[in-house]
Design a protein around this ligand. Sequence first.
Ligand SMILES: [Mn+2]
Length: 430
Amino acid sequence: MGYKITAEFVSEHNEQYLPVLKREYEGLAEKLINQGISIAEITSKARQFQVAVPTWGVGTGGTRFARFPNPGEPRNIFEKLDDCSVINQLVRSTGKVSPHFPWDKVSDPGELKQHANSLGLGFDTVNSNTFQDQANQEHSYKYGSLSHTSEATRDQAVAHNIECIELGQKLDAAGITVWVGDGSNFPGQQHFQHSLERYLDSMKKIYAALPDDWQMLIEHKMFEPAFYSTVIQDWGTNVLCAMELGEKARSLVDLGHHAPNVNIEMIVARLIQFKKLAGFHFNDSKYGDDDLDSASIHPYQQFLIFNELVDAEYRKQDGFSPTYMLDQSHNVTDPIESLMNSAIEVQRSYVQALLVDREALYAYQESNDALMASNTLKAAFNTDVSSILAMARADNGGAISPIEAFRDSHYRSEAAKARPASGQSGSGIV
Ligand SMILES: [Mn+2]
């Protein structure tokens, strides 16, 4: 068991920020009441907001050129959970962790579940991995996995996914996310239709092994590692496969997995309409699948996505229950700091979207008042909701200033002492 940040430390740390926070919160309360919005209601919703953290996110990321590890990196799933618990302790919106197999595979899943629960954590969807070969693996995934031309390779990939479901059940997870790196690097290399047919055959076998209350989340990605074509390249192919597979299969939206300038919020609206939105991998990007910190580049885009989500919530859209998760690669920052910051930024977009005057917006849409419709969204986006987010954290027992609290706790330097570098890491870029 690693170094702990105590509850007393957090509450003492909060004291220095509390007087200013209270003033800012009261000022915002007055501003919002004039718009007919109760800050208590918004704060209560902010307190309930959750976004899961991926286990691979707490290790330092990298690129295909290099990785520059930080001191005190977690060396196994138990240490990763320790780091995840620090994130949740300070921000209180990341109570679930998404494991990745075989990176996080242990001989006793029961012990793993117990360790997580003792830290106040639970498990989100599990992730399978057929995009790289493991030691002693019989059939290589060099030319694909679930869509491979060889039946034996496909069977091996199917068996791995079914094993992930079984492991996930022991962890009390309720879904499996399937992303494949299958694709091609040359025109003509792969038969488009046949490869998708093989993929679907494999996915049907995995789907058949899904427990009744489980969900299958299909993740698409336009390029990388395949650079000419991928088998599940966009949301269109994704949703077609989800429809073919059945009700429990839905589409996952990773913000970095689209063509540049694609209108992601509109994709989200379409998936909501047809009850096929499984959830999100939040991150941000400038060029491609950059896996940068959420809202570090395009905060308005993230807000517009949440505008669609909150709209569905407001309309009580049938079948709407997406799961939220961060999926980022932290190459130059402390991953714990980045994940805390990003969880707050995702929550910020949610809270800003709650402030949208929906009835006014609908009226502007009906009367074709384009400018005022846009201004209605901008008014919510331009509202500084920082004091709501900080108050929600404090009310939940978290830190008013999580980054400062984390730095003042010396958790990282203590972790560096307790965790000498092992030379291996379970951090990946997916
Ligand atoms: Mn992803």
